[in-house]
Design a protein around this ligand. Structure first.
Ligand SMILES: [Zn+2]
Length: 263
């Protein structure tokens, strides 16, 4: 009898730990690669690496950016290849009233009306739908500014976005949470090994890790080298049995089930 109880106990523990480790599409962790601001280097340096390894990324596009408006056929190919095209506004407004924001000029969020901001966010969704035909969209706050004159602007349009990415550092657990403030780690000068070490932390803690890249091999002041980016991508491919590399949209939809499980 005691033997049977012990067996039962062991079986329960084993199933629990397996279930824990299987939160992320039967993998130890999830990794989302996001690329902000619609830069030329995303098409020139990032897409060839991701496509060669069959990895999917999320591109937070500023629809008014030159590398978007001038290269629409290439972005269509990106979408057709199952990468996520996501909303990073029409003109990238940031709050110029905050300290250290001398770079903000024409598109100053603190001078926007709520109506203008919401109209521009909706217009960006429309532009992206014209490119990829999709209705579901995720969002990333330009400069991490989630408030317009003290008011959380996405609050009034949550039905129009599945989730949003912030800019605070965070390993995201599989647990009920606010899907509109998912944190990330920003790529800026790290080596490939340093980026890989962050993924290893996510594997150890059964978490989701979101990377935020701007420049890759140049193209922006916040930058990682092509070599570092390639090493990270190759690590993700080599460990694809343990790591679920997916889009922000798919990861957010997966996190939604965590809330559903809790209820
Ligand atoms: Zn941005």
């Amino acid at each position: 009898m005691i033997f049977r109880k012990t067996l039962l106990f062991l079986f329960c523990c084993l199933s629990l730990s397996v279930a824990e480790a299987q939160h992320w599409n039967q993998k130890k962790c999830a990794v989302v690669l996001t690329y902000d601001d619609a830069l030329d280097v995303h098409l020139d340096n990032v897409i060839p690496v991701l496509d060669s390894l069959h990895l999917k990324g999320t591109f937070y596009l500023t629809a008014g950016a030159r590398a978007f408006t001038q290269r629409l056929p290439e972005w269509k190919k990106v979408a057709a290849n199952q990468h996520e095209l996501a909303n990073h506004t029409l003109f990238h407004p940031c709050d110029g009233s905050l300290p250290g924001r001398n770079f903000v000029s024409e598109y100053d969020l603190s001078k926007y009306s709520m109506r203008r901001l919401i109209d521009e966010l909706r217009m960006t969704n429309t532009v992206l739908e014209a490119i990829d035909g999709k209705k579901e969209r995720t969002f990333a706050y330009p400069c991490g500014d989630a408030k317009l004159n003290g008011v959380s602007y996405l609050d009034q349009m949550k039905g129009e976005f599945v989730a949003a990415r912030g800019v605070h550092n965070e390993l995201v657990p599989f647990a009920p949470r606010d899907l509109y403030t998912i944190g990330c780690y920003s790529g800026n000068g790290q080596t490939g090994q340093e980026l890989i070490d962050l993924v290893k932390k996510a594997m150890q803690s059964n978490s989701l890790i979101v990377f935020l890249f701007h420049g890759v091999g140049g193209g922006h002041g916040l930058n990682v080298s092509n070599e570092a980016h390639r090493q990270l991508a190759q690590f993700l491919k080599q460990h694809e049995k343990e790591i679920w590399t997916t889009t922000f949209l798919e990861a957010a939809q997966h996190l939604k089930t965590a809330g559903a499980v809790k209820k």
